[in-house]
Design a protein around this ligand. Structure first.
Ligand SMILES: [Cu+2]
Length: 446
């Protein structure tokens, strides 16, 4: 176990290097040799084009009998029509896919509670599967250098969730993601003519709760701002300890997870362990290649370190649409989440909505927009006059990325976004009358 963990970590580290020095990328999949007997020299002879053009139908999912293009974050689904980004190689019995994203961002949030900061955000992922016995073994590793942005993450007005110091909650800032975002293994076996059953274990991993997480779904992955609905929909994407059982037949998948419901703590470089105290269940349905939908429910016993007595029951529903045309790709996600929080002396039910869309034209121009509405009761600390009150926050972010260069398999773009925020006027003294979010960024994608 330790050894495979180390290997997975090494894979991911290589991918980071590959992004930084793209010339080396061609060797990444080869040297990730799960098959030690493989002849590296012959691999080096392959060029990027032949790797990238490997037939989509060759890549089957680790979890079921459908194309790998249906696989979202964790065990979630996305529309089958979603293009598979990244690098794909077949090595021996292994099908391997690598992908990564890095943003160098200048961020300015306006108003009295605003701030500005320059930082980088990144994610590198390696996944592979191979036949084993009667079924398929899958391995996934995903890492992020987000911890380098500092414990308190980056400025993002009206964002709440997690902590930087273990003592006070983060408000108006997005927490950094942990270095280990996913280290997971799965095994699936065929069931009938078009079905499969699987088991998935991650430390960390993602339980069957919520839509495909924002940095993985096509409609949101290029947007450098975290959604305000993160803690309504997909904040469990890094869960330190999760086991999921699922089954799929044709267009339908049903899953249940048992997991450690506590959010990651402020130590971002480590692996955390804690007993499994929470559960979730999800039903996914892909009726057409262009469509994916899910409903899910999770009972998170004690997600917040600073309020351990608060239990959160989360309900989510989402629809994702992907349309691939001759000149581009257009992906849209509509999602709803509700957190019912109960603790000593308080009980609240907070809804959140998200509508997000990204259009990539001729592989060069990316247009994106994200509209959200959340009811948030965590904007003011204890002792402040508005503490405990809930506010409806509406935000619309629009942006554009222009791809300017590519080095090997890595594409580089420059982009910008503006977020317009509407709040009840009661918040004006704290936030100003029309708070805005601005970001300028350079984005590298593998
Ligand atoms: Cu997150």
């Amino acid at each position: 176990m330790d050894r495979s963990l180390l290997t997975l970590t090494a894979f991911a580290a290589q991918l980071f290097l590959a992004c930084a020095a793209p010339g080396a990328a061609a060797q990444t999949p080869a040297s990730s040799g799960a098959d030690a007997s493989h002849d590296h020299a012959s691999m080096a002879g392959h060029n990027m084009a032949s790797m990238a053009s490997m037939a989509k139908s060759d890549m089957t999912s680790a979890l079921g009998r459908y194309s790998m293009s249906r696989e979202g974050s964790g065990t979630s689904w996305q529309p089958d029509a979603t293009p598979m980004g990244g690098l794909h190689v077949r090595q021996g019995e292994w099908s391997v896919m690598a992908r990564g994203l890095v943003n160098a961002i200048y961020d300015k949030q306006t108003g009295p509670r605003g701030d500005d900061q320059a930082f980088t955000q990144s994610m590198a992922m390696l996944m592979g599967n191979r036949p084993l016995g009667p079924g398929t073994l899958g391995l996934r590793a995903m890492v992020s250098l987000d911890p380098t942005m500092g414990k308190s993450g980056y400025p993002l007005l009206f964002q709440t969730g997690e902590t930087a110091d273990g003592a006070t909650p983060l408000v108006d800032r997005q927490h950094p993601h942990d270095f280990f975002m996913e280290l997971a293994a799965s095994y699936s076996a065929k069931l009938g003519s078009d079905g499969a059953a699987f088991a998935y274990f991650g430390l960390p991993g993602e339980p069957a709760l919520g839509p495909n997480a924002f940095m993985h779904r096509f409609s949101g992955m290029r947007i450098p701002e975290a959604p305000l609905t993160h803690h309504w929909l997909d904040s469990t994407h890094i869960t330190f300890g999760v086991a999921t059982l699922g089954a799929s037949k044709g267009p339908v998948q049903i899953e249940a997870s048992w997991f450690n419901g506590r959010e990651p703590d402020s130590a971002r470089w480590n692996i955390e362990t804690r007993p499994f105290d929470s559960w979730s269940a999800r039903l996914s349905y892909n009726p057409l290649p262009e469509l994916s939908m899910q409903v899910s429910y999770g009972d998170l016993k004690s997600p917040e370190q600073l309020e351990p007595a608060t239990r959160v029951k989360r309900t989510t529903a989402s629809i994702s649409h992907h349309r691939a045309t001759g000149s581009g790709n257009w992906a849209t996600t509509l999602a709803y989440g509700r957190n019912q929080k109960s603790g000593p002396g308080h009980e609240v039910s907070e809804p959140g909505w998200l509508l997000e869309s990204t259009y990539v034209m001729r592989d060069t121009h990316t247009f994106f927009a994200r509209a959200e509405r959340v009811r948030n009761g965590e904007l003011f600390a204890e002792g402040q006059p508005l503490h405990g009150q809930e506010f409806d926050i509406r935000k619309l972010s629009v942006g554009y990325i222009h791809d300017v260069a590519s080095t090997g398999p890595v594409k580089w773009g420059i982009g910008g976004l503006v977020g317009f925020i509407k709040t009840p006027s009661q918040l004006d003294p704290s936030y100003g009358s029309s708070p805005r979010s601005y970001m300028l960024f350079v984005q590298g994608r593998l």
